[in-house]
Design a protein around this ligand. Structure first.
Ligand code: ADP
Ligand code: MG
Length: 293
């Protein structure tokens, strides 16, 4: 590859909102046949809205929301922002949280007003042996079937309720997926989210396969397994949880709207967080490589 045409292509990419960090990424894009894509913040807006608060026993919705949102103020996750904003909009006054800890791809834990609060996915609740979800599950399933993400809340080790948030699909996502399919790519969605929620998004976009309940490690392993099958893999993601998978792909694509960690781990950044940037990048790469030969 002559540095000159690569440089021209990198410049052209930059003007179209595709920032190529290393020339290797541009070369890698030419032969990409598989896109592995994160859901939250990559296919969806990543700006979810609070939709519903479910409670068990004698809990009042606003009391539980106060504990949950007070704790979530310490988290960078888009789900956390939805809960905090939703609580504030309802006039719920938040308190200071102590001993905050976040479990990447799982949830958050800490103390609010002297009570231990745990918020996150069901697997996390199971790991920590929190019981008492039975009465809520039919409602939870209904919300998940609508494509909402439900996170569970335990207080002092006992099930207290759940919060449902909805993250709309990006307006540009369907067109991007359709074009990538037309270019012959297979598209796999990986998400830490629940299977039911993930399935609604995948179906709406016509995605070829879905893996839900994914962890940062399992995302990376999936990318490695596809490469071991001989596929040339582009991985697109926005979160800290995507960083290992971005680094393991032939080409990592970070959403410019996402976290710095994702951008550091990726060879390419899509400035506007728009996957149509990948379509442009592949065309650019193919044209450049053709020129060089
Ligand atoms: P994705 O792969 O869809 O971007 P993540 O791996 O970041 O999702 O998160 C996976 C799941 O972990 C979320 O769907 C949620 O259930 C839970 N989770 C992560 N962070 C938080 C948080 N701050 N509060 C509550 N739940 C969380
Ligand atoms: Mg994400």
């Amino acid at each position: 590859a002559t540095p000159m045409s690569i440089m021209v292509a990198v410049g052209r990419g930059a003007r179209a909102g595709v920032l190529v960090k290393d020339a290797g990424a541009l070369e890698g894009l030419e032969k990409v046949d598989t896109l592995v894509v994160d859901k939250t913040g990559t296919l969806t807006e990543g700006r979810p809205k609070l939709m519903e608060v479910l409670v068990t026993g004698d809990w009042q919705r606003d009391d539980l929301l106060k504990l949950v949102a007070s704790l979530e103020r310490g988290s960078e996750h888009p789900l956390a922002a939805a809960m905090v904003k939703g609580a504030e909009e309802k006039g719920v006054v938040l308190e200071k949280a102590d001993d905050f800890d976040s479990i990447t791809g799982g949830g958050v834990v800490g103390k609010v007003g002297g009570r231990e609060v745990l918020v996150g996915k069901m697997e996390l609740m199971k790991d920590r042996q929190v019981m008492g979800w039975g009465e809520m599950l039919p409602q939870v399933e209904k919300l998940q079937a609508k494509g909402q993400t439900v996170v569970f809340a335990a207080v002092d080790g006992v099930a207290a309720g759940a919060v449902a948030v909805e993250d709309p699909i990006k307006e540009s996502a369907k067109a991007a997926i359709d074009e990538l399919h037309a270019m012959g790519l297979k598209i796999h969605m990986l998400t830490g989210d629940h299977a039911a929620t993930a399935g609604v998004v995948a179906k709406a976009l016509g995605i070829d396969s879905v893996e839900a309940g994914a962890t940062p490690d399992s995302k990376m392993e999936r990318v490695k397994a596809l490469r071991a099958e001989g596929r040339v893999v582009a991985m697109a993601g926005d979160g800290i949880n995507d960083a290992p998978a971005l680094a393991a792909a032939n080409v990592g694509l970070a959403m410019g709207s996402g976290t710095d960690v994702a951008m550091q781990s990726a060879g390419v950044t899509l400035v506007k967080g728009d996957l149509r940037g990948l379509v442009r990048a592949v065309h650019l790469s193919r044209a450049t490589m053709r020129n060089i030969r």
